[in-house]
Ligand binder design. Sequence first.
Ligand code: UDP
Length: 474
Amino acid sequence: APSAARPHVVLLASPGAGHLIPLAELARRLVEHHGFAATIVTFSGLSDSEALPSGILDSVSTVALPAVKIDDLPADALRGSLLVELIQRSLPSLGTLLRSMGSTTPLAALVPDFFCSAALPLAVELGVPCYVFVPSSLTMIYLMRRIVELHDDAAPGEYRNLPEPLEIPGGLSLRRAELPVPYRDCNGLAYAQLLRGGRRYRRADGLLMNTFYEMEPAMVEEFRQAAEQGTFPPAFPVGPFVRSNSDEETGASAILEWLDRQPARSVVYVAFGSGGALSVEQTAELAAGLEASSQRFLWVVRMPSLDGRTCVFGTGDDDDDPLAWLPEGFLERTRGRGLAVPAWVPQVRVLSHPATAIFVSHCGWNSALESAASGVPMVAWPLYAEQRMNAALLEGALGVALRPRAREDGGAVAREEVAAAVNELMEGENGLVVRRRAEDLQRAAARAWSPDGSSRRALEDVAAKSRAALGAGS
Ligand code: UDP
């Protein structure tokens, strides 16, 4: 007989707004559309772990695991390596938690995010179906799959590297410099973690992908074939997971009121996600470029990086004032037409505001999806993680972004290039084509989650499978 209790899904969220926000949105939909109860488990031990996004989680429970120490890792370890190690070392307490949860009502599914694949063997051991949530593109998973295949198909001891350039389904060709850092150095810790993680993924019941068909059509087909041939678990495109406006934190009313006073489609929104950092020189060039473009702008200014890193996570010191690093007189000269704000804005509200025209973005995958969902074309300014690859996809395959020309020597993008890219996208003929494509993609994104949309149906499919597995097991 059907039990009165709702089937319970446990989701594992690695630290970082870019992981937590879409996972929380997935949890919310499982609860509101599919009748599940959901618990989000978070991990503690990183110095800069943020709280869960507020507002979104009224219907979802959360549990924070006790902190573990990871301060013995090398100081220059990549962010992703820290996350993987944090999760690995939290497995004992996770195991205890899952066993105690499962002892009252059996779990319908475990949903670890991309960095939490260490939990897969635990799910197998507990007999709980396991769906990995990937807050990134299918293209990223394709890369991971390729690397594992090349290694595991090679004769023992025979090393194989990713070919360069790497041709990927959909017609993109990626140079080594465009691959995420772990893929470039086959001797690194991150590379080894990637291989281990990639092999574990093969044991998943499926992957829940924060993407939708029109965002990566060739990849969706590629993974459909792989699943049919049994070479990889099915990848379900269930995105885009974009918070609804009303879910976003308020407290930014001055920014939204400023936007309300700007003409329709007139504002250049500039933001580099939760970790993006520019050098002092690049901050100055970007400022000068915005000034030279004569466009209106809203710029989320973050503390510049003084050591060449392109990403710095955490909130920094309370007395840090990013605006103090802007060129002298910049704020006065642009007063009225530009607004520079420190740290954080409610991005989904900003992108969907009628005054917003274009988005100068680091191309984090969430930012890309949020932009797509709002029909806002981008100036692609990738900084870290898989953002170069995202930029290549947005510019090359989808045609919804332009890129400012970078300097050959890797130095700062010049102010003239910033102004030219911004003005082209706002007013130029090439810009017009890109703007039109962004509108097309917006319609496709809306269709994906319409009542009979492809992403909604894909998530319904997974929900039905989990319920069936629960029924069969009890
Ligand atoms: N975000 C925001 N306000 C900001 C900057 C970022 O709300 O000022 C949100 C943004 O909407 C997105 C997430 O933080 O959902 C950043 O994720 P993304 O994948 O774009 O980049 P990451 O921070 O992971 O590099």
